[in-house]
Design a protein around this ligand. Structure first.
Ligand SMILES: Nc1ncnc2c1ncn2[C@@H]1O[C@H](COP(=O)(O)OP(=O)(O)OP(=O)(O)O)[C@@H](O)[C@H]1O
Ligand SMILES: [Mg+2]
Length: 244
């Protein structure tokens, strides 16, 4: 019996919403995306995947491992572990493989996916989902790629990112992912991860209509930015007391 089960047996009067071992799973950027990678959803209004990625545990394996894994430039590097600190949310963009050796392992390297500078944040509270648009990193063009070298640091991108809901955007970039696709994805992830309160950052590859990538999953995010969260959250809590 693990800790969680042990606790539940000893305290049957307590509702454990999301078990700690399941939450732990999203504090690691490798295991966080594994559930998405394993999903294999039937194509329903689009395809959902994760960027090709690799964990770097020691600098010796760079740049060979990166080349061997066939990752296309530019690359995004993020600290492997997310612990809420500002440092664990630093992000780096590398324009060549060897610059990655300037970073501090362990980190994950993934392909940078051009997505028109707009990201979709999907908030999940039990069975309810809401999606909002946020500004994100701009696309990296081919000419830039051939001219620029090195690695660039971006401290906590998401804090600087404004809401893109009222912005004047290219409709092809702004269009929200189809509801059925998000509902399907959210439901599968909820069941697989065993969590009820989280959000997903999802991007659509620019120039495609229906190629989606999940790049980040956060446990208990700032729900203040979720539209109508007050109602959704109270309804969710009430439904728990009823089901008990
Ligand atoms: N593979 C990628 N391709 C393109 N852009 C990316 C990619 N990964 C991350 N980004 C950009 O970097 C931002 C931060 O990445 P990510 O959400 O993974 O980091 P984080 O530190 O966990 O952020 P958060 O503050 O949301 O927890 C994203 O919102 C997006 O703008
Ligand atoms: Mg994020």
């Amino acid at each position: 019996m693990n800790h969680d089960q042990d606790y539940r047996v000893k305290h049957p009067e307590v509702t454990v919403l999301d078990p700690p071992y399941a939450i732990q799973h999203v504090y690691n950027r490798q295991s966080m995306l594994e559930n998405v990678a394993d999903l294999n959803l039937p194509e329903c209004h689009g395809k959902v995947g994760v960027p090709k990625q690799l964990v770097i545990e020691d600098l010796l394996s760079i740049p060979n491992e990166v080349r061997k894994a066939g990752l296309k430039l530019p690359l995004v590097a993020k600290p492997l572990l997310v612990d809420g600190s500002a440092k664990s949310h630093e992000l780096f963009i590398a324009y060549d493989e060897s610059s990655l050796s300037k970073l501090e392992p362990p980190f994950v390297v993934q392909e940078f996916i051009n997505h028109g500078g707009v990201l979709f944040k999907v908030y999940i509270i039990g069975e309810t989902i809401k999606v909002v648009r946020r500004f994100s990193l701009p696309d990296v063009g081919k000419p830039e790629l051939s001219k620029v070298a090195g690695v660039f640091r971006f401290p906590r991108v998401s804090c600087a990112a404004a809401s893109a809901d009222d912005a004047n955007l290219d409709p092809a970039v702004a269009e929200l992912p189809p509801k059925p696709l998000l509902e399907r994805l959210a439901k599968e992830l909820r069941l697989r991860m065993g969590l009820q309160l989280f959000n997903i950052d999802i991007i659509r590859e620019n120039g495609t209509r229906d190629l989606y990538y999940v790049i980040d999953i956060n446990y208990f995010p700032g729900f203040g930015k979720m539209p109508e969260y007050e109602h959704v959250f109270t309804d969710f809590l009430l439904s728990l007391t009823q089901s008990k």
